[in-house]
Structure formats: structure tokens, C-alpha cells
Ligand binder design. Structure first.
Ligand SMILES: [Zn+2]
Length: 306
């Protein structure tokens, strides 16, 4: 059954059918079922590119209800994979962080399986193979000088194995030396904004500015929105403070949380509202951070979440 969303301030009428946007027209055909957006703005649902679903019960439902249609989980124990219980929230994931024996985060918050220790190239390749088979599309390498660091050959072997399997390599690397180690290993994605300015042309940076600080100004990288859900004072929703910090750093927060994040996660039908894309959308009052974070209503795959 087709439903036409009419009356949006920024869009023509959108026809939703079978969970997708099936058509767009100036006005719906006579006699159609309609939903009046009442002058609100229609935007694609958001994507959070840094979360930890396994640190918070019932996060997938809450994300959907609050306007987030997809997430990238950048740290979970192998026993939690592949997150099939999170459906219909769409989830890409890395599984545990690959790290040195006793490396970050195995001696701190990640004691319980959030780090996967590898001591050699061979172990690194075997670990990546296992994660790939469990459905991981990303690999995450840990570089934290407070703890033992991955041997450069092991880090390179892991990244190489991941690339061979079509995965992207993300890195936890905050200080300049760690960023250089991550680059030398072959990282494509930085899981946090670096705390020291290091040029990262051609790379992806996930913001997490509110949870971790730093800046995304002047990196020359593509920046996407991520909250690091699971840290203190985060919740499974759109974070107005993160959006405001992106804006402060000269990044369009809407694009960082929609089109660009969809490209990083590899969801071509998310992050935009065009014919054929998923009918996962927000109706908001304005484009300021507060309005974006507090949608008037949310639709996920054609279903209204009230
Ligand atoms: Zn994290």
C-alpha cells in the first residue's frame, strides 16, 4: 500500500511503498493515502559511525526510534557478532580491536573480549580471517602508547589481510605518533578525531568530538558523524552536541551524518531521499543542531516510529 508524504517545506510529495521511496511528484495521485508533514523538513535518517552496541542494552530499538537508521560498531566481543538481533537497525561492525598482548583496551574498559591480542603476523592474519568470516566489514587496530603496541609488521599484516578481503581498516589513534603508526600500517579510517593536528588527506575521520575532544578542522580528511555510544554521557539518539561541534569545525553536520556516513558504511540506499532509497527519514523543524537531534517524527523503512 502506497503512502504519500505531502506538505514538507523542502520536498515535493514522496511516495513510500515497500519500505522504499517509490516516487516523487508535485502532488499525489487523486485518492492516495497521505501523511501531511505540515511544513516540516524531510531528511534522510542519520547514521552513527562509531558506537558500541554491546555496552548498552536495547540500543538498536532506541536508535531507530530516535532517527538513526544505521551504525558502525567499532568494538565488540566476538561472542556478540554478528549483531543479527539488532535488525532492523543496520549494523556494520569490526568486532574486537586488534591489539598487542596486554595492549589497549585489554587492561582497561575492554577486559571482557573487546580486545583481540595478536603477537605475530601469522596470528594477525588468522584473527582478521576469523573476523571477516563472522561478517566484519571493518577491521579496527588499536594504537595507544600507554600500553604495549602492535608490532609494525603485525599491524601491516592485519591491514593487508583486511584489504585483501575488501574490508576497511579503522584505527584507534589519538596522539600524533599513534596516527603515524596507523598510517604506516595502512589505516583508511580514524575512529576518533586525532588530538594533535596531523594531515590525513584521502582518509576518513569519525568525529567523536564530544566524547574524545580533538578537532576535525584542517585534516583534509572526509569527516563523518560518530558519537562513540557506550562512553559516559552518551545515548542511542542523535547527539546535538556532536552536531554542534562538527559545525564549529566547519563541517556540515547533516552531510557528515547522512550522505558521507552512508558512503563510508557502504549503504547506497541510505543517507539520501531519492527514488529507490530506503524510506528511512526524519521530519524536523529546522536545520540547527537542536532541531536535527529532536525530530518531530521518524520513519524507518516505511514504518512510522512513534
Ligand atoms: Zn569507541
Amino acid at each position: 500500500m502506497a503512502l504519500w508524504i505531502t506538505g514538507a517545506r523542502n520536498r515535493q510529495a514522496l511516495c513510500v511503498e515497500g519500505g522504499r521511496i517509490a516516487a516523487e511528484a508535485r502532488r499525489p495521485p487523486q485518492g492516495s493515502e497521505t501523511l501531511d508533514a505540515g511544513g516540516l523538513l524531510l531528511l534522510p535518517a542519520f547514521i552513527d559511525a562509531h558506537v558500541h552496541l554491546s555496552l548498552l542494552a536495547r540500543a538498536p530499538r532506541a536508535f531507530l526510534k530516535n532517527g538513526v537508521a544505521a551504525v558502525l560498531d567499532l568494538g565488540a566481543p566476538e561472542r556478540a557478532l554478528p549483531f543479527s538481533e539488532a535488525e532492523p537497525l543496520r549494523v556494520r561492525f569490526s568486532g574486537p580491536l586488534l591489539t598487542a598482548p596486554r595492549g589497549y583496551p585489554t587492561q582497561s574498559w575492554g577486559r571482557d573480549g573487546y580486545g583481540l591480542e595478536v603477537a605475530s603476523e601469522k596470528e594477525a592474519r588468522a584473527a582478521v580471517e576469523r573476523l571477516a568470516l563472522s561478517g566484519a566489514r571493518f577491521l579496527k587496530l588499536a594504537f595507544d602508547p600507554r600500553y604495549p603496541l602492535l608490532a609494525p609488521e603485525a599491524a601491516r599484516a592485519a591491514a593487508d589481510e583486511a584489504h585483501r578481503r575488501g574490508m576497511l581498516v579503522a584505527a584507534h589513534a589519538l596522539d600524533a605518533d599513534s596516527v603515524r603508526r596507523a598510517l604506516a600500517a595502512g589505516a583508511d579510517v580514524f575512529a576518533h578525531a586525532p588530538l594533535e593536528a596531523v594531515p590525513l588527506p584521502g582518509k576518513w575521520v569519525i568525529s567523536t568530538l564530544r566524547a574524545f575532544g580533538g578537532t576535525v578542522r584542517g585534516l583534509g580528511a572526509r569527516v563523518v558523524y560518530g558519537t562513540d555510544l557506550g562512553n559516559e554521557d552518551t545515548s542511542p539518539a542523535i547527539d546535538a552536541r556532536e552536531l554542534a561541534l562538527l559545525e564549529r569545525d566547519g563541517i556540515d553536520p547533516l552531510r557528515a551524518a547522512t550522505a558521507d556516513a552512508a558512503e563510508l558504511l557502504g549503504y547506497p540506499d541510505l543517507g539520501r531521499l531519492s527514488v529507490g532509497s530506503s524510506a528511512s527519514l526524519l521530519a524536523v523543524r529546522g536545520l540547527d543542531a537542536e532541531s536535527l537531534a529532536n525530530p518531530a517524527w521518524v520513519m524507518n523503512c516505511g514504518t512510522l516510529c512513534l
